[in-house]
Design a binder for this molecule. Structure first.
Ligand code: AN7
Length: 345
């Protein structure tokens, strides 16, 4: 039978109320891409779980099919979220699918072009906040406590349920859990979901490496960051809602949460692209973390299976790439000019 989406495939493993409706864009079922060159470099078997290939270009669709389906089932008419961009686009798409009104709050000027455009295209009411993601989250929590508007940030437990499905898929493809799972950490919903999913699926447990951006690393510093800053705007978050659970996941799995610089993130983004996988900056943090830890000798992955989760597609944030390159050369439309500019084969 053709693929029918995550609730159809894994619904029996998810703690969702009976009233949950199936609102799907056939999310999930993303490829686990072998990376032969990177594998040789590390002496391990490395795979990218490419979550950028979900319908709206990020892993958020896994949680949104569950959260929006639940909201529709209990008669909700309007949903709201705070977002660094990907949650906004995903909420907007699933709300559109379900015929709901969606409102998204984003930090002014700090959302990548592909995400903002997505949210607008899917018909969300987009509101910019003169403040951070954390300020926006505080506002949506308050309004959903005082009105019937439903919250679809990952504080919503059904988001976590839906996002567990990625760990199930990894186990189903590999036969078992990998030895290590490396992923970016922002508001800390995803690391919480993976750990819950691996524990539930009983196909072994990976060690988890959670990676924050150095300018937005509350879980590494041990305190909230008032003014988070990073080019990886997706994870520009100073007060993660599920910070405690993220630390628990790292500790219980015998892994850790570390921080990497923006330069390390951009370098990892280039490395992935050089093997044909273009991800947005935040999504390269997992690989940046793996590179940093291996270089320090504090993570031995020799002969191990390592999955690096790439959470969002490169097309979400085109300007980060185009702005760091010189504009393509312009030549007259003739053969000699072409030959001259390419200088032979
Ligand atoms: C590409 O969209 O928080 O640790 O509002 O977009 O579960 O928050 C996005 C987060 C990693 C971090 N990679 O995941 C939002 C938002 C990408 C992301 C994360 C995000 P969490």
């Amino acid at each position: 039978m053709t693929y029918q989406g995550l609730l159809h495939r894994y619904g029996q493993y998810l703690g969702l109320p009976a009233h949950t409706k199936t609102i799907t864009l056939l999310e999930g079922n993303t490829p686990l891409i072998p990376m032969p060159r990177l594998s040789r470099g590390f002496g391990c078997e490395l795979f990218i779980k490419f979550e950028g290939l979900n319908p709206t270009g990020s892993f958020k669709d896994r949680g949104m099919t569950a959260a929006i389906g639940e909201a529709v089932g209990r008669g909700v008419q309007t949903v709201i979220c705070a977002s660094t961009g990907n949650t906004a686009a995903s909420a907007a798409a699933y709300a559109a699918r379900a015929g709901l009104r969606s409102i998204v709050l984003i930090p002014e000027g700090k959302v990548a072009a592909g995400k903002l455009a997505g949210a607008i295209a899917y018909g969300a009411e987009v509101i910019q906040i003169q403040g951070s993601f954390d300020d926006a989250l505080t506002l949506v929590v308050e309004i959903t406590q005082k009105t019937p508007i439903a919250l679809v940030n990952s504080i919503n437990p059904y988001r976590i349920e839906g996002q567990k499905t990625s760990s199930f898929e990894i186990c189903d493809v590999l036969g078992n859990a990998p030895d290590w799972l490396c992923l970016p950490v922002g508001n800390a919903g995803n690391i919480t979901s993976y750990w819950a999913g691996f524990k539930q699926y009983k196909k072994g447990l990976p060690q988890i490496l959670g990676v924050q951006a150095a300018g937005a690393a509350p879980l590494v510093l041990g305190h909230p960051v008032e003014k988070p800053e990073t080019i990886a705007t997706a994870i520009r978050i100073g007060k993660p809602a599920r910070g405690e659970q993220a630390l628990e996941a790292a500790q219980e799995s015998n892994g850790r949460i570390i921080a990497v610089s923006d330069e390390e993130i951009l370098s990892a983004q280039r490395i992935l692209a050089s093997e044909g996988v273009w991800v947005e900056p935040a999504s390269a943090a997992g690989l940046a973390g793996l590179i940093a830890e291996s270089a320090k000798g504090s993570m031995n992955v020799k002969g191990k299976k390592v999955v690096v989760v790439c959470t969002g597609h490169g097309m979400k944030d085109p300007s980060i790439v185009t702005e760091s390159f010189k504009s393509p050369k312009i030549i007259p439309a003739n053969y000699d000019a072409l030959l001259n500019v390419i200088g032979g084969a």
